[in-house]
Write a protein that binds this ligand. Sequence first.
Ligand code: DHB
Length: 333
Amino acid sequence: MNHSVSLSGQIGRLHLDPVLLNASGPWCTYDEELRPLAASRAGAVVLKSATLEPRHGNPEPRVSCDREAGTSINAVGLANLGYEGHAEQLARLKAEHPDKPFVASLAGLQPEHFAVMARRLGPVADALEINLSCPNIAGKPQLAFDPEASRRVLAEVRSVTTCDLWVKLPPFQDDRLVEQMAGILLETGVQAAVCINSPSGLDLDLETETTAIHPRGGMGGTGGRDVLRVALWNVRQFSLCLGEKVAVIGCGGIESGADVLKHVLCGASAVQVGTTYLMEGPAVFARLEAELAELLQKKGVAQLGVKRGALRVLEAAPEGAWTQNQIRWKDGR
Ligand code: DHB
């Protein structure tokens, strides 16, 4: 560990050190998965999204990883212990790891379920992640794409708990819709936006001409290398709209310390790691921490926070002339 560089940060009331967390989803449902995570260098532990009732989830195989491509796809179907089960689990784990922040994630199958779960989990968690973007419920649109329903759910949850609220958002692809959602987050007084949940996608095996996962016709939430730039767009757009009042937690495509810094430059105050945690397990957090500290030290930076939102935008060429596209080749050739 590199002690000359600080990788700590603050989200609402939570002090995170380092600001590297797991993303809700992989290896965070059962005590056997959460214990090694809590003992790792992750700055906080985020639990699998809870529903009102326990769920077994979709048929297997429901998660597929491609190490070479650095990608994953899943349609787990919200396998979880139910919110009562998660509340008991939190009490157990917090007793074992009193200094580790724990974040419970809520996924209501009906909008009114969120407040029921928040009332119970708010007092036992250090923050609640309100998942408005679960893509794997058959026949249900994601709440985040219904602004009025999102506003109602967040206002209702805000009224039943004083716990810090993080909101897990899907990838947006439209500036105006980002502004609208950012307005709702500012209005309802949440502490953080988590950008992004997994974009919908499809993966397949060319040899056997079969889908990579079984449920939902092989379609699911994708993660890893190919979602990084979509995540960075969302982190940047939301952080520009939210300013200092609501933090942005970046999630998507982080494989290295350099990728963490990319999220931070775009405006992230902390990051979550999904696919790479799925592939490497809890040791990934110590690796990312070491890589990030080394990178910052090389840049002569003592505190990660000074790089937050520090991305410099190239000045545009004057308009009005006919030009050919001047392509910048990143390899310099
Ligand atoms: C699941 C997937 C998600 O992306 C999510 O936000 C919640 C649940 C799932 O399939 O279990």
